[in-house]
Write a protein that binds this ligand. Structure first.
Ligand code: ARG
Length: 491
């Protein structure tokens, strides 16, 4: 059959090169099933509104189900997009007098926007599950290490002792916010543009609420011009993905550093490592490096989306076709990264002994020593800071005599004269008592960490239920659509 779209207004057929330049068929693989769902819902609604008759409806639905069964490969890839290719296949199957009625009151503009939202909604749900799994793994590992000392860093220099649990929970907290952001974006993705047609809606008596319901959306993109022309939901998701990817790349960076010989804090499982083609001894943390690198995909997708959407006049412009593949690239990379990170964290070997030994190198207890001076002798913190700073120049574990000699220079009196004892100094320099003291909300003290962990677990349990609810709404909508389709097919 001749091209059903170009046989009217246009004369020349497009050569290969132009077609390849303008077609979205390849990227449309992502929306094949969604497009059929949209076609099914629209056809059901057309029949219910008396716009097409029951017999035509039944034939169209049967044709669509057949196309769904045959899969994307059976479609004609010389069309400019999946929507028109699919319609052409339908017309081939059931004839134009029937199949040619499906597109009544609809445009590819509202159709494609609906498809993107349907697929993205699924991807976001999957991503929520994956972030959930990663957070669970972080918390599980943290639970085992509430007493495992390690050095905490600022400027990548040893700073103060902390615990591995505290460090892991910091990453989990960031992922928790990523989870919330995905959920939040979901609520704006899960709105139905269908019925907006080209942009000005339609004179057909469509029931937009019915297609919204059949596709399991939470509401409508009401303004029909906004419905077809806005892609801010893509920018929002790409931004959420970028944030998540950046959080992952920070973990990845630490895994790279931590598995170096200098640090030797962890060893990644062999499955996540590579070796050298020349240096047989090498075990490289390639998977973590790749994750750091793949962050560029998410950042790039966001930049592309922003640039494509900037300055577009209302309403639909074909530029928008270039926007869509960016979100697929980004979500694919981000989802894979979350999954791989989960495995990498779950299987890595923690070198607790090294962590503990390193927890005090670099005089990490200096802050606690200064704090002890303040609490026990009443001197101002700034003065204590100066005394410990001078001590730190040439030792990591000063004796009370040494402390007194410096304090005599700074204060013109000894701190032991103001009540400081050798025991107090010993306590201050002990990393275990350091972290035990840090029991303010969010601190690394094991008892505080246990409270924090149990709170996080409860929140995670809630998140689990939220994901289940989302999945349930989507799944039952789709089951309902198929059962309505089943009924109308028979009649
Ligand atoms: N492939 C197009 C896209 O992704 C579908 C909409 C085409 N609409 C049009 N007026 N040419 O945006």
């Amino acid at each position: 059959m001749s091209n059903i779209l170009r046989r009217g207004r246009l004369e020349a057929s497009q050569d290969e090169e132009i077609l390849r330049y303008t077609s979205s068929m390849e990227a449309d693989r992502w929306i094949f099933y969604a497009d059929i769902a949209v076609d099914l819902a629209h056809t059901v609604m057309l029949k219910e509104q008396g716009i097409i008759n029951a017999e035509d409806c039944s034939k169209i639905l049967a044709g669509l189900l057949k196309i769904r069964e045959e899969g994307m490969e059976k479609l004609d890839f010389s069309y400019e997009d999946i929507h028109i290719s699919l319609e052409s296949r339908l017309i081939d199957m059931v004839g134009e007098d029937v199949g040619g009625r499906m597109h009544s009151g609809r445009s590819r503009n509202d159709e494609v926007a609906t498809c993107i939202r349907l697929v993205l909604r699924e991807e976001l749900t999957g991503l929520l599950e994956e972030i959930f799994a990663l957070r669970t793994t972080f918390l599980g590992l943290a639970e085992k290490h509430t007493s495992t000392l390690m050095p905490g860093f600022t400027h990548l220099q040893h700073a103060q002792p902390t615990t591995l649990a505290h460090h892991l929970c910091a990453h989990e907290a960031a992922l928790g916010r990523d989870f919330d952001r995905v959920q939040d974006a979901f609520s704006r993705v899960n709105l139905c543009p269908l019925g907006a047609a080209a942009f000005a809606s339609t004179g057909f008596n469509l029931n937009r609420k019915r297609t919204e319901e059949l596709l399991g959306f939470e509401g409508l993109m009401e303004n029909s011009m906004d419905a077809v022309s806005s892609r801010d939901f893509l920018i929002e998701c790409a931004s959420v993905f970028t944030n998540l990817m950046i959080n992952l790349s920070r973990v990845a960076e630490e895994l790279v550093i931590w598995s170096s010989s200098e640090f030797n804090f962890v060893e990644l499982d062999d499955a996540y490592a590579s070796t050298s083609s020349i240096m047989p001894q090498k075990k490289n943390p390639d998977t973590a490096e790749l994750m750091r690198g793949k962050t560029g995909v998410a950042v790039g997708a966001l930049m592309s989306l922003l640039t494509i959407c900037k300055g577009l006049p209302l309403s639909y412009n074909r530029d928008l076709q270039e926007a869509t593949p960016n979100i697929w690239r980004s979500v694919e990379t981000v989802r894979a990264s979350v999954k791989v990170m989960e495995g990498m964290i779950r299987t890595m070997k923690v070198h607790s002994k090294v962590l503990e030994a390193q927890s005090i190198t670099g005089f990490t207890t200096a802050t606690e020593l200064a704090d002890t001076f303040v609490r026990e002798t009443g001197i101002p913190f700034r003065t204590a800071h100066q005394i410990v700073g001078i001590l730190a120049k040439d030792c990591e574990s000063p004796s009370i005599e040494k402390i007194d000699s410096v304090s005599r220079i700074v204060l013109e009196e000894s701190l032991s004269g103001r009540g400081l004892t050798e025991n107090m100094v010993k306590e201050a320099l002990n990393p275990v008592s350091n972290i035990q003291r840090r029991k303010v909300i969010g601190g690394p003290a094991p008892e505080e960490m246990r409270r924090y962990l149990s709170k996080r677990q409860t929140e995670l349990e809630l998140n689990k239920q939220e994901i289940a609810t989302l999945k349930d709404i989507i799944d039952s909508a789709f089951e309902n659509l198929l059962s309505v389709v089943g009924e109308y097919r028979k009649s």
